[in-house]
Design a binder for this molecule. Structure first.
Ligand code: 6PG
Length: 475
């Protein structure tokens, strides 16, 4: 019998995805560059379902029913291209190749165009949820031609996470849309993590309490609006004790954050589109700062001239931090969804933002209770220009804004860096301001470069002869 679907690339993510598919009753052809991994998958998990192992790519392709559905789960970049190049000559018209890695979306657009010309469907598919998600139900963000989803969709919806019985998988949009949305998901993940880290730092410095005590606070927060995977694991991590030293585990971890690149791509793309995603950008730069060892070493001499912590009402302070965290988090999502809208317009992807929030409710790293609220906001208005301006979010952020201001002010006074809290508040004040000082910037640009300006009182484009008689001309 032929397999219903194939998976090539059996490192931990591919292996778990293949097992997940087999556990749902599909027969799965499996293949890996070195046959050992294929054999060990069958040896260790062969009893979980029907696996059809092959050593060569040709046998692998031949073992799958047509139109073939083949998931590639290898390293993004050159390794992905190598696998595609090996498989394509073996495929037939109408077959579907699915790249489930963390590809950069311009690569996906390029691959989709090249393969479409050869009659092959190429699906760039974002998969979130790590190893555990791949095995037990990830959030799945497939792009590519819509007709490929007709065949592929039912399997993806079966193996995805479910929230209230609703699958965390849906068609995202043409060519690179799926990988684009996964990229923004990761950018939001960076912001969420940085905001949590800033909250931890404020609690640590403001209250002088232990990691385990902070863990208890996060565990409590996880019972409310902030309920999410990242808050939950934060509580868990903070309570963990290092076996070797008996100290709190976080206290022995070096404070230099690394990254594999998806956050950086998100920020680079936002700069190209001109979308202010300041929360994500600050989170990405905060990782960069943490790893800037020469600068941090030299920076130790800088004077703080900071105030002293003197928190008199412990509970009120904790509640302020919680509200600042929630409000900043809403800003990060609002900005990320703006970026999705801008890219969707630029590439004609027609992405349904409410559906994206819906498939992020389960399975993925940023899964959170409040994503329901985002879906509802886009159901109220699919073209909502600003998530913060949805009545629900306007109210909850408005309720928290005084706390948010107190926290950012305290952090500045006491010399605690809160780039994500602070920049999110600055964005909030910027986007709600009736007037911004950009009028002066336009005047300066006209002064030194004759870059022209528009006026508040009449239509048209103007220039003032700054070095001459300062008369104004209309362009
Ligand atoms: C996911 C994660 C996953 C991975 C990140 C980590 O959604 O399952 O986002 O894709 O853990 O790539 O990213 P950094 O190494 O850049 O922190």
């Amino acid at each position: 019998d032929l397999a219903q679907i194939g998976v090539t690339g059996l490192a931990v993510m591919g292996r778990n995805l293949a097992r997940n598919i087999a556990r749902h009753g599909y027969s799965v052809a499996i293949h890996n560059r070195s046959f050992g991994r294929t054999q060990s998958l069958v040896a260790d998990h062969g009893d979980e379902g029907t696996f059809i192992p092959s050593e060569s790519a040709a046998d692998f392709v031949a073992s799958i029913e047509r139109p073939r559905k083949i998931i590639i789960m290898v390293k993004a970049g050159a390794a992905t291209d190598a696998v595609i190049d090996e498989l394509v000559p073996l495929l037939d018209q109408g077959d579907i190749l699915i790249d489930a890695g963390n590809a950069h979306f311009p690569d996906t657009i390029r691959r989709e165009n090249a393969l479409a010309a050869q009659g092959i469907h190429f699906v760039g598919m974002g998969v979130s949820g790590g190893e555990e998600g791949a095995l037990n139900g990830p959030s799945i963000m497939p792009g590519g031609a819509p007709e490929s989803y007709t065949t592929l969709g039912p399997i993806l919806e079966d193996i995805s996470a479910k929230v209230d019985g609703v699958p965390c998988a849906t068609y995202v949009g043409p060519d690179g849309a799926g990988h684009f949305v996964k990229m923004v998901h990761n950018g939001i993940e960076y912001a969420d993590m940085q905001l949590i880290a800033e909250a931890y730092d404020l609690l640590r410095q403001g209250l002088g309490i232990s990691a385990a005590e902070i863990g208890e606070i996060f565990a409590q927060w996880n019972n409310g609006d902030l309920e999410s995977f990242l808050i939950e694991i934060t509580a868990d991590v903070l309570s963990h004790i290092d076996a070797e030293t008996g100290k709190a585990f976080v206290d022995i971890v070096l404070d230099q954050a690394e990254q594999k690149g998806t956050g950086r791509w998100t920020v680079q793309n936002a700069l190209d589109l001109g979308v202010p995603i300041t929360g994500i950008a600050e989170a990405t730069f905060a990782r960069a700062l943490s790893g800037s060892v020469p600068q941090r070493t030299a920076g130790r001499v800088l004077p703080a001239n900071a105030g002293e912590w003197n928190v008199t009402d412990r509970d009120a302070f904790i509640e302020d931090v919680r509200q600042a965290l929630y409000a900043s988090k809403v800003v990060a999502y609002s900005q990320g969804f703006d970026q999705i809208a801008a890219a969707s317009a630029e590439h004609n992807w027609n992405i349904d933002r409410g559906a994206m929030a819906r498939i992020w409710r389960g399975g993925c790293i940023i899964r959170a209770r409040f994503l329901n609220r985002i879906t509802e906001a886009y159901e109220r208005d699919a073209d909502l220009p600003l998530l913060l301006a949805d009545p629900y979010f306007t109210q909850i952020v408005g309720d928290g804004v005084s706390a948010w201001r107190r926290i950012v002010a305290l952090a500045a006074t006491n010399g605690v860096p809160t780039p994500a809290f602070s920049s999110s508040l600055a964005y909030y004040d910027g986007v709600r301001a009736a007037g911004l000082p950009a009028n002066l910037i336009q005047a300066q640009r006209d002064f030194f470069g004759a870059h022209t300006y528009r006026r508040t009182d009449k239509e048209g484009t103007f220039h003032t002869e700054w070095s001459g008689d300062r008369s104004e001309i209309q362009e």
